[in-house]
Design a protein around this ligand. Structure first.
Ligand SMILES: [Zn+2]
Length: 654
């Protein structure tokens, strides 16, 4: 039986890095041009970059910092604590100075005391892990992305704070950078035996295991641009992600919550500490909650509230988020923080003092509402997404506040998200109703202007004039319309360098610089290791697998095929009938069909491993836990119709 493989990857960045297979034009990242220097100097002039408050807050309560590296089981480096040491002093020419400042703030890592009985481990991963001292042990909030980093963080805390047991785990939301490391701080056995509460918002498990499965392969590929995985860590590469530094994707896992927060506001005692949870679904994450600890005058904003403007639509792609709802949650947060003196969150550094907390929340409330309202105003005045993106700018009262600037989200992308939320991706102009695909139209344009060399010559002039957006547009046509034009790729890479160096949003910088890297080196040899997701996949409902598998059916190849397969999962005592009809793969939970071509009997674990590609054909076929009834040939034909997407597709070349 051939290895099964379907689009099951979440937004994942694997351990293996680097671009060994070179199919690009080669070359190295350029220096900053005079125009880039000018733009960056203007940024530095317009902002109070020497404002010291954030730097004091980011260092406040520092206890100790770790050294060296955190390694994955295969020896790959998950975290190198020295990787960002270059972020010293004034901004490099090749980094937007506002982003440089933010990157320096996020470079403060280690163990920090927030207040009596509350500690944070920052910089062990992209997110923070918070420790709250209970009566008998520690309540851990958001145990990072990977067990490798969460266990290292916990061990580091124990080294400095004493050896306390974990008495509860709080998972604020269903994004993997906040729960994927849970198995590094507790085991399912401990949770069952010691009845450790695993507290999460309603809908957590469903969202955690499903949000990124369906288009996970493409999303993971695009996330390399957002997070800049393959970029060097230096002033011409990755300096930050906005939310923090590297995502440390190791062997991610999940544990089903034992305690769901389902009311809008719900008071709960955990190990003697009184928590007030606030559900905030459908804004930053489909399942998310914030919380207050009134006795400590502390408020945790989870990821609804951080030290930058968030994404209404990440550049990696996602379902679009609701700006108005998000803003409304900020209004509620103002109510919830009436007495708060300390704000902490899942990313970045804390804020102390009620006035400062109120300001942070108010700024976020108004950034999202301004973005929403002004986009809607301009939509109703007849503007389309690209036009709105060039018009909307935050008022000075909002843009002058660092804690809501676009280091992760960018307002030019967020206004497009608002447009999409209400009207979809089509701008209403029939010229865009059925346009030629990009490569075909690029060829036509090149024919019209007399060849790709003309486009490159014109783009060179634009580049020399610092018109990088136009240069990129022209060169993109040249590369798509004439993939053999090496000069077009070289100049496009140089153009993206400059666009990256000027970008204030870390996600935009990473996107441009990754584009340049791939023009020079080709697409990456790997994107996602499904094996690293195995613990999480084992917890994913079978229906989610089958839905994703159905979406991998090669429609044209399936035309006229009439096949039916029984899937019997012995450990779950469940069976499914899978069949192809009208080139569509259907399934239903029920008794095996008597007229099926074949019956596959196995455990869910083997099924998952087959799909994830961690169990080879031999292992699978020799396993005592697997039986094949009926026609083996039909079974192979059936699964042969499921496309395997390697997920390393080209983005900036064709
Ligand atoms: Zn996060």
């Amino acid at each position: 039986m051939k290895k099964l493989n379907i689009a099951l990857a979440a937004v994942l960045i694997t351990l293996a890095t680097g671009c060994s297979k070179t199919s690009g034009v080669g070359g190295a990242a350029g220096d900053a041009t005079p125009e880039t220097l000018r733009v960056n100097a203007q940024f530095a002039k317009d902002l109070k970059l020497d404002d010291a408050q954030d730097f004091e807050d980011a260092k406040r309560g520092f206890i100790a910092k770790p050294a060296g590296k955190i390694l994955a089981a295969n020896g790959g480096v998950l975290k190198d604590f020295d990787a960002y040491n270059f972020l010293e002093g004034k901004a490099a020419d090749t980094v937007n100075p506002s982003l440089w400042r933010h990157a320096q703030l996020n470079a403060n890592y280690g163990l920090f005391k927030v207040t009596d009985g509350v500690y944070q481990l920052r910089g062990f991963d992209m997110a923070n892990m918070t420790i709250i001292e209970g009566k008998t042990g520690w309540i851990l909030v958001d145990p990072l992305t990977a067990p490798e980093t969460s266990s290292a963080a916990l061990a580091f805390a124990r080294q400095h704070l004493g050896n306390k047991p974990v008495t509860a785990v709080v998972l604020t939301h269903a994004h993997v950078d906040h729960f994927g490391g849970v198995l590094g701080v507790v085991t399912p056995k401990e949770v069952a035996e010691r009845k450790i509460p695993i507290v999460a918002p309603a809908g957590f498990m469903e969202e955690a295991t499903s949000e990124n499965i369906m288009v996970g392969t493409a999303m993971a590929r695009r996330s390399l641009y957002q997070f800049g995985r393959d970029l060097p860590r230096d002033a011409k590469g990755n300096v930050d992600n906005g939310l923090g530094k590297d995502v440390a994707y190791g062997a991610i896992g999940i544990i089903a919550p034992t305690w769901l927060i389902y009311k809008p506001t719900q008071q709960t005692e955990l190990d003697g500490v009184n928590f007030v949870f606030h559900n905030v679904p459908g804004a930053e994450c489909p399942a998310e909650m914030t919380f207050s600890i009134p006795d400590k005058k502390l408020y945790d904003g989870a990821e609804n509230l951080g030290q930058q403007m968030h994404n209404l639509l990440p550049v990696r792609g996602a379902k679009v988020r609701d700006a108005l709802r998000w803003s409304n949650y900020m209004d509620q947060a103002l109510e919830q923080t009436k007495d708060a003196q300390i704000y902490i969150a899942s990313h970045n550094w804390p804020v102390w003092g009620n006035t400062n907390i109120k300001k942070l929340i108010t700024m976020h409330r108004d950034v999202y509402k301004y973005t929403h309202d002004q986009t809607v105003r301009l939509i109703n005045a007849g503007n389309t997404p690209r036009e709105i993106a060039d018009i909307v700018q935050l008022p000075k009262s909002l843009s002058g506040y660092f804690g809501a600037r676009g280091y992760y989200g960018d307002i030019r992308h967020n206004v497009k998200a608002v447009y999409q939320f209400y009207l979809g991706a089509y701008d209403g102009n029939p010229a865009n109703l059925n346009p030629l695909p990009p490569q075909a139209s690029a060829k036509k344009y090149l024919e019209l202007i007399g060849g790709s060399h003309k486009a490159v010559a014109s783009a060179q002039t634009a580049f020399n004039n610092g018109e990088y957006r136009w240069a990129a547009e022209l060169l993109n046509q040249a590369v798509f319309g004439d993939p053999s034009n090496k000069a077009a790729k070289e100049l496009l890479a140089k153009t993206y360098d400059q666009m990256g160096y000027m970008a204030e949003a870390a996600t935009w910088r990473n996107s441009y610089l990754t584009a340049a890297l791939e023009l020079r080196n080709g697409p990456p040899p790997n994107v996602v290791s499904e094996a690293s997701m195995i613990q999480m996949l084992l917890q994913t409902p079978v229906e989610r697998f089958l839905e994703a598998m159905a979406a991998g059916l090669n429609g044209p190849d399936a035309e006229g095929k009439d096949l039916k397969v029984n899937l019997v999962l012995t450990d779950l005592k469940e069976s499914y009938v899978l069949w192809i009809e009208n080139s569509v793969l259907h399934f239903k939970n029920g008794e095996p069909a008597a007229d099926a071509n074949a019956t596959l009997t196995l455990t869910k674990e083997i099924f998952v491993k087959m799909i994830a590609g961690t169990a080879g054909v031999k292992d699978t076929l020799l396993s005592d836990d697997l039986k094949i009834g009926g026609s083996k040939i039909d079974l192979v034909r059936f699964f042969g119709l499921i496309d395997k997407a390697p997920g390393t597709f080209a983005i900036v070349t064709k």
